[in-house]
Ligand binder design. Structure first.
Ligand SMILES: *[C@@H]1O[C@H](CO)[C@@H](O)[C@H](O)[C@H]1NC(C)=O
Length: 332
């Protein structure tokens, strides 16, 4: 029964992905009126009978198709209980993107289940949903980081992935491999690298794997020039309540930290239940993507919360000692 149920979900997902793919590359499509558009993912509205979290009585307002040569940005925000930040985020982005004339939609992916936080899967799901709204590029966006300089470009990234929150501009991070905060990418590029791995549960490391995927495909990462505003005022960092990060390493999860498995990603993202709730913030429609993720505990036992912390291996202990010695050296 369980198997059948999964099979059906996967088939539905495949249909959605192929639909999105077809329309992704079909740039010279004719103009269609909104009411004539048939969106395959109507199934998204209700995939099964798990907790009804969406208002299924009000039909989803889809977007009209883009005209040839036009672009539309999907702002994908992985999220868990951050309504206060969201209420600052949306009005700010509205003003900022209006100044750049960027057509956009919001996809706030809200993880409802009790598994550990899975940022990679949430970004993949947001990316999938953005296709149903005819977005051809996406911004992987933190909810607490607001762009504050007009030089930060949110238009279609013609040359390749564009890391807006570059090291040295991001208020906190300076190390050259940093790729978090805000990253803008065409959907074509995102699918080319197969999005994020779905295997990372708990805080961190999924973005290192993502970076390796980009490099594997020989894509160059572009960044804004170093601005005078530097780390001080290029962005506004919303300081919400301090939240505990789930940085525990449990269930043997460390074994995937240095691996790159592109067979797992955008095209293998699954969920138990997902729907879209359209809410209004500051007169703007925002898509809340409510999801219950699915975990294969045989493959990734570390999705389970509350497992005891793993001991460090001898190699990790040696690595840690080395890093600490290095730190001591830097601080005389
Ligand atoms: C998903 O994409 C990867 C990388 O391109 C590929 O190796 C894999 O076979 C694909 N899997 C499915 C289920 O399509």
């Amino acid at each position: 029964m369980r198997f059948l149920y999964r099979l059906v979900l996967i088939v539905v997902l495949m249909i959605i992905i192929s639909y999105v793919t077809i329309h992704e590359y079909n740039d010279d499509s004719e103009v269609v009126k909104p009411e004539e558009v048939v969106f395959a993912p109507s199934a998204l509205n209700r995939l099964d009978d798990v907790a009804r979290t969406c208002d299924v009585t009000s039909p989803i307002k889809w977007r009209e198709r883009r005209l040839p040569g036009q672009h539309r940005l999907g702002i994908v925000v992985p999220y868990k209980n951050r309504m206060k930040e969201l209420q600052t985020f949306v009005p700010h982005m509205e003003k900022f993107l209006k100044a750049q004339g960027v057509d956009h939609e919001y996809f706030i992916t809200n993880q409802l289940d009790d598994w550990r936080f899975n940022r990679g899967s949430l970004l993949n799901i947001g990316a999938i949903m953005s296709g149903a709204f005819d977005c051809d590029y996406i911004a992987l966006h933190d909810v607490d980081l607001l762009p504050n300089q007009i030089e930060l470009n949110y238009r279609f990234p013609e040359k390749g992935p564009y890391h807006v929150a570059a090291p040295g501009l991001h208020p906190k991070y300076k190390f050259s491999k940093f790729l978090g905060g805000i990253l803008i990418m065409s959907k074509a590029n995102y699918m080319q690298i197969n999005g994020f791995s779905n295997k990372f549960w708990g805080w961190g490391k999924e973005d290192d794997e993502f970076r390796r995927r980009i490099l594997l495909q020989d894509l160059q990462i572009y960044r804004p020039p170093q601005l005078k505003s530097g780390q001080k005022s290029t962005f506004i960092h919303i300081h919400g309540e301090e939240r505990e990060r789930d940085t525990k390493r449990t269930g043997g999860q460390r074994k995937i930290f240095d691996t790159t498995d592109v067979t797992n990603g955008y095209n293998t993202t699954t969920w138990d239940d997902a729907c879209i709730n359209q809410i209004t913030i500051a007169n703007r429609q925002v898509n809340m993507v409510e999801v219950n993720l699915m975990c294969d505990k045989k493959e990734t036992p570390w999705c389970e919360p509350g497992l005891p912390e793993d001991p460090l291996t001898p190699e990790e202990l040696a690595k840690q000692a080395k890093q600490e010695a290095k730190k001591r050296k830097r601080r005389p």
